[in-house]
Design a protein around this ligand. Structure first.
Ligand code: PLP
Length: 404
């Protein structure tokens, strides 16, 4: 007679075979059992041909990785606990002492902080280039340049760079390219085929994404991915990932898997409302500039059109736009405007159901105030899935507060 605690652990119930459903089960494990010592010695996780340990992958994480590759047009994927961890993993995997990394001046600020606060201490230097001036990048590419980050559109100010041109420059120079693809999410353009139809596909080497945004879509998961098409580069990233002990929780992976089938629909819905709101904001006198790459006057609009707008179609753009408020308004007044918004909640992140707003101090974020950005206070809106009329009315009523 086995003890109850043992029969509880070695329970004899086996569910009936043949359970198939739209969603994969949530597989949780640190330990994975092997049928024999030989299997223990032979099982290989690096090519996903088997399971060895929870940290190295489960059916849930393998499935998520494969589906993300399908969306972004990549071949291999690793999952990390946040979007920022994806950016950091790229840096750690490919940079070594003596190397230099170039970042666009409008890069996601924590990526700059990583370069300034960590990479520098490891003897890895960094410089910022003007993403709207390919000549500036060309001039800054040096023999030490190992990695170049690209963001399309850039964070907060949403300039859209000439991505194919920048990638070509880096390739010619022999530098690796990494795209922070959180904005495009694999929906707006294919990072590994930037000029569809061209005989030799032009693509970035690595696409990192905050799955926290569109792929999660709920404002409730933090996760990131690094996707590649080159097997050797992928293996460098994967081994670094393994050595750092990074993995994601099964329930979080399941949440993202559950959200992926609606991602394209959500992207489009966010996009429609965002463009309508941005266009309306253009007509409001308090805003001296509205930044959204689909607006003709927005910096890099032509590049956005080339990459994200196939002929005769509306194109795709994410749910972000920024406004520059007339410098006549004080920072306190602009803060009051943000406080007065009701549907737009004060909070970081984006691409969830709830609309969000953040005032930014652009002067503190850039090495120089960009010539193409009007002087004033910048406020970034992240448009959720609420009705357009309600969001527009919300901005309108908050503008009334600004006048007082
Ligand atoms: C949010 C975001 C990240 C980081 O994602 P987290 O999951 O919040 O760490 C990276 N890049 C961009 C462009 C982002 O918007």
């Amino acid at each position: 007679m086995t003890e109850p605690v043992t029969s509880l652990i070695h329970h004899s119930y086996v569910p009936p075979a043949g359970f198939e459903a739209p969603q994969i089960g949530v597989f949780k494990a640190s330990t994975v059992f092997f049928p024999s010592v030989a299997a223990m010695r032979n099982h290989e996780w690096k090519d996903k041909s088997a399971y060895t340990y929870g940290l190295h992958g489960t059916p849930t994480t393998y499935t998520l990785e494969e589906r993300l590759c399908a969306i972004e047009g990549g071949l291999q994927c690793v999952l990390v606990p946040s979007g920022l961890a994806a950016l950091a993993l790229v840096a750690m995997a490919v940079l070594k002492t003596g190397d230099e990394v170039l970042l666009p001046d409008n890069a996601y600020s924590p990526n700059k902080a990583l370069a300034e606060g960590e990479l520098k201490a490891w003897g890895i230097s960094h410089r910022y280039y003007d993403p709207m001036d390919a000549q500036d990048l060309a001039a800054k590419l040096s023999p030490q340049t190992r990695l170049v980050w690209i963001e399309a559109a850039g964070s907060v100010t949403l300039e859209f760079p000439d991505v194919p041109h920048l990638v070509r420059l880096c390739q010619k120079h022999g530098a690796l390219t990494a795209l922070d693809n959180t904005w495009g999410a694999g929906i707006a353009f294919n990072p590994f085929d930037l000029e569809p139809g061209s005989p030799a596909p032009l693509g970035v080497d690595m696409s990192a994404q905050a799955l926290t945004k569109y792929p999660s879509g709920g404002g409730d998961v933090l996760m990131g991915s690094v996707i590649t098409r080159d097997a050797a580069l992928h293996m460098r990233i994967k081994l670094c990932h393994m050595r750092l002990g990074l993995s994601v929780g099964a329930n979080d992976a399941e949440l993202v898997l559950r959200s992926l089938p609606t991602m394209a629909l959500r992207y489009r819905a966010h996009d429609e409302t965002t463009r309508a709101l941005a266009a309306w904001c253009l007509t409001q006198a308090e805003f001296v500039q509205v930044l959204h790459p689909a607006l003709e006057a927005s910096p890099g609009h032509a590049h956005w059109k080339n990459l994200c707008k196939p002929a005769g179609q509306n194109g795709s753009a994410a749910c972000l736009f920024s406004v520059v408020l007339d410098p006549a308004f004080s920072q306190a007044q602009v803060d009051g405007f943000c406080d007065a918004l009701q549907w737009f909640r004060l909070g970081y992140s984006w691409a969830g159901p709830v609309s969000l707003v953040v005032p930014y101090e652009l002067g503190a974020m850039r090495s120089v105030w960009p010539a193409h950005i009007a002087k004033g206070t910048l406020v970034r809106f992240a448009v959720g899935l609420e009705a357009l009329a309600d969001l527009q009315a919300d901005i309108a009523q908050a503008l009334q507060v600004l006048q007082k």
